[in-house]
Design a protein around this ligand. Structure first.
Ligand SMILES: [Zn+2]
Length: 244
């Protein structure tokens, strides 16, 4: 294109010791990009949405112009630049947000969203057409626009670089469970934005409740893994056993 990219590879001898171990859960959302279990949250930027009008205008202009003319080439270049600007601002936001979280926490739990499934499945198949296709498409577009998948990848390598880790947890019921009494009910979720427990009356922002539950699910998973999991033998140990 009209631009060069430079990538720099670095090598580390040692992973620096973790000075302040800290665990946090994250709830991903459309209105709030990410809500942390400690109450912090990040507003989304949706660069595509923001530039959509400008893009549509340029595309209409291109359609009116004579093909292969100088003017149409000019418009095409403008469109390319706008797309690049959208991609750049998305990446910039994701880098800043993931860096900030990775700097402040060592173990980060996120919902296992299966992003690729979510963004592919709105229309469903011929045999099994999707429900609420239009709403889901809107949500899916926001998810792609906000780049959740890329965000998880960045967060993961930034945490690992300093000895921490990103752990995906089963997100079933994280939005419907009361963090105070454990009551699980769809009715706990009064609206999209607020959580109010029908059993004990606990109420809070729904995304924050989701993040607290992700943290709890993650801690439970780690506790189970430590006590119960059977670890496979390493290749070296297997070899030793076979030889003796
Ligand atoms: Zn409750």
């Amino acid at each position: 294109g009209e631009k060069w990219d430079v990538s720099i590879q670095t090598e580390y001898d040692n992973i620096p010791p973790e000075t302040t171990p800290s665990e946090v859960g994250i709830d991903m959302g459309v209105k709030r990009f990410a809500t942390l279990s400690n109450g912090e949250f990040f507003e989304p930027i949706s660069p595509f949405k923001r530039e959509q009008e400008k893009l549509a205008k340029l595309q209409r202009k291109l359609a009116r112009q004579k093909k292969e003319s100088r003017n149409s080439r000019k418009t095409k270049r403008k469109i390319t630049r706008l797309y690049r600007h959208i991609a750049d601002s998305r990446r910039d936001f994701l880098h800043k947000t993931s860096t900030q979280i990775a700097q402040n926490h060592s173990t980060v739990f996120v919902e296992d969203l299966k992003v690729s499934n979510m963004s592919a499945s709105a229309a469903g198949t011929k045999e099994n057409p999707g429900k609420k296709v239009k709403q889901k498409r809107g949500l899916n577009r926001s998810i792609l626009d906000q780049g959740w998948y890329g965000f998880f990848q960045m967060l993961s390598y930034k945490l690992e670089r300093k000895g921490g880790k990103l752990i995906k947890v089963d997100s079933r019921n994280t939005s419907r469970t009361c963090p105070q009494c454990g009551c699980v009910s769809a009715e706990n979720r009064k609206t999209q934005a607020s959580f109010a427990c029908i059993h004990c009356g606990y109420h809070a922002n729904a995304d924050l409740v989701g993040a607290i539950n992700v943290l709890r699910a993650g801690r439970a998973r780690l506790a189970c893994g430590k006590s119960g999991a059977v670890r496979p033998l390493s290749a070296g140990t297997q070899r030793d056993l076979l030889q003796h």
